[in-house]
Write a new protein. Sequence first.
Length: 202
Amino acid sequence: MSESTDTSIGSTAPGHYGAAGSLVFLSEATIATAWNVQGSANSSPLRAEVQRIAGVALPSAPNTTSQGAGVIALWLGPQSWLLVAADAAAFGNFAGARDALNAAGGALFDVSASRIAYVIEGPRAVDVLAAGCPLDFDPRLFGAGQCRQSLYGRVPAMFYRQATTPACTVLVARSFARDTWHSLCTAAAPYGYTVRAASRFT
């Protein structure tokens, strides 16, 4: 595919953009289902219900994640977690799960439509991330399976380091999706980047 012009920077269409070569790869990671769990991290009944409903353990250490079968749990705060599934039916009935967690002393919210996620990978992925975020993305400090909350530009964002570093997934509020995507593309353009077709959040 021929190199795109600068006016195409920010396009979501798969293809090559920016400088010659592709040292960065960008794509959307579609979120099928996302539930926010809230409650005491020390509650055994709550943890047991989450394990039963979602098949994943709630991470107890700050800025960490845990994985189940097609499900990722991200630590948001001392009493808050985000469960993300690749399958829309992974968690079953929301009302039933909400009632079960309420009975266990917790709370459950369906936030599936609230966020959008982008994957940044490639040899210069860290440079693209550093262009808009003050976090240190050195794999020795921000390793695989960890997550952090910060800003990208002026947009609040959650950064999740995938198992294969230096790939990183950035989650932002849907209302800021277009601005964030354009910022990522602009930062990637000097290195040359390829937009890939959307894939599932993993």
